[in-house]
Design a protein around this ligand. Sequence first.
Ligand code: ATP
Ligand code: MG
Length: 311
Amino acid sequence: MSQESLLEISNLKQHFKTGRHSVIKAVDGLNFNIYKGETFGLVGESGCGKSTTGRTIIRLYDATEGEVYFNGENVHGKKDKSELKKFNREMQMIFQDPYASLNPRMKVEDIIAEGMDIHGLVENDKQRKEKVHDLLETVGLDQEHANRYPHEFSGGQRQRIGIARALAVDPSFIIADEPISALDVSIQAQVVNLMKQLQRDKELTYLFIAHDLSMVKYISDRIGVMYFGKMVELADADELYKNALHPYTKSLLSAIPLPDPDYERSRVRFNYDPSDHDTSEEPEFREVGPDHWVLCTTNEFEHYKKQLATV
Ligand SMILES: Nc1ncnc2c1ncn2[C@@H]1O[C@H](COP(=O)(O)OP(=O)(O)OP(=O)(O)O)[C@@H](O)[C@H]1O
Ligand SMILES: [Mg+2]
């Protein structure tokens, strides 16, 4: 993994108007980078703004405020058609629900080839078929699956089709929005391992969204923790597990089920109470240790730095 940024997300906001005087601040000022070739895990409880972050980055929504730079180029703002097309090809998304995200009336071949057609990546039908067959093989399915319909597949197989569809346009960045949450536990690891293999083979960069920390640790190089539209902590995956500083991160960690039932019964759960924070000033996202960021006030910053120094 390099330290070179593929994406730079700067003060990104997505506010939804829900009435004349009410807005939901789904994403409220995010600042972080995603390095080339890494898996950046984004976690937080339901409704904290993970999917909205992904959708805004990939431009399914226009940002309310802020910028997203992809290879140094601003993704948002005014763009001509060919520039938009280029971004659309470079950034792909894999969705949580492999049932809802595949058109039931389309054959697998056409689902996978849709993006190749849009971007004019194949010259004739023979080449199109060959490419689809290659992609099916790449994701661990058979060539003969090309002529079938989504309902003929299991959840894990459908997610593989979704991955093949994303890969078809040769992207460099993939947002995977809870790609395994809807799958049986026994299938989850297979899909994650496939994603890891593809990342190595094709030098992909991932934004991997999940709402608990257990699988994210296994797949991510770095992890960002979101709470109510803000990022409260960001660190290397190992660092975050060893030295979590923000109380919300600690509460998420204490909620991961443990394999040992005795330990599981005796361990102390940590509940996050947002009113426990220092309120002397607005918190800011600060670098407490090397590439370890926490949303905190000046007082909390000093306290966290001391805490890190003693470990
Ligand atoms: N299109 C929309 N219009 C209005 N509000 C929205 C819209 N999309 C999301 N929201 C709201 O924005 C907040 C963040 O939603 P989002 O789907 O990003 O959360 P999430 O972290 O992905 O949650 P989950 O883990 O349940 O998928 C929620 O309060 C949600 O109700
Ligand atoms: Mg979501």
